[in-house]
Design a protein around this ligand. Sequence first.
Ligand SMILES: [Zn+2]
Length: 281
Amino acid sequence: MDVQNLIKLAFSLDHYDVVLAVGGGLTIDCGKYIAHTRDWPFISIPTSSSNDGFASRNCSLMVEGKKTTIPASVPLGIIADLDILMSAPERFILAGIGDLVLNITALYDWEFEDQMGKSTVNAFAYMLSKKAVNSFLRTPMDHLKSQILIKELVSSLTLGGISTVISGNSAPISGSEHLISHALDKLSDPPHMHGIQVGLATYLMAKVQNHRAERIFKIFTRTGFFDYVKTLHFKREELIEAVNLSPSIKPGRHTYLHEEANRDKAKEILSEDILLQNLLC
Ligand SMILES: [Zn+2]
């Protein structure tokens, strides 16, 4: 959905007390942006847990033909029906896991930015985002379609969304792994699901950061995330290009990928890591 059309639509509407959006990521993003444009409260009713969009302040819309992340407002409320979320195809659940596990690399990037004097970590937002992902990591993962897993996934993604309200930016749930995913949105035709791209980039960045990569490897292996990624035939050359492009996606930030040495390390890992050799074409 093009952002200009959404703005036109928003201003063609009479006054409403609240905007409700029921559906997948695109529907939620459109409702969220209309509500934000008109300064109306927004209630999010997701039918899949494939990314944190139902709980976050940003939305992903088309600007001049390219998928772009645009700031909006967090929902006033979220209604999540676990039976509906469980009935979504497994790849949506895997994508949701990808868009949550990234908190590990995003928080490490945020600390790095703070150390470099380029940002200030908000301790409370940091703690919420960390607790959100750690709580999920302790959930039994024998079956993707279990009530407990979906409930933990949705509540952890929601906590991540709330952490961005406290920090006033997306840093607690968006770091270098998101830069790679946003770059892939520009390079790939068509791009893959957001949470899948982000999850794959999270594994890569955890290796670059040398921080909790083993834990991420175990989660993605146990849930079948890597098995699913293998079926998508991600191109190594596209990922290398995405790494090159990553600092230009958010020039105002200073994540690991904003340093050339780390981009070189990421490209080396993309070529030499045994698992990635097996997953990528
Ligand atoms: Zn995301």
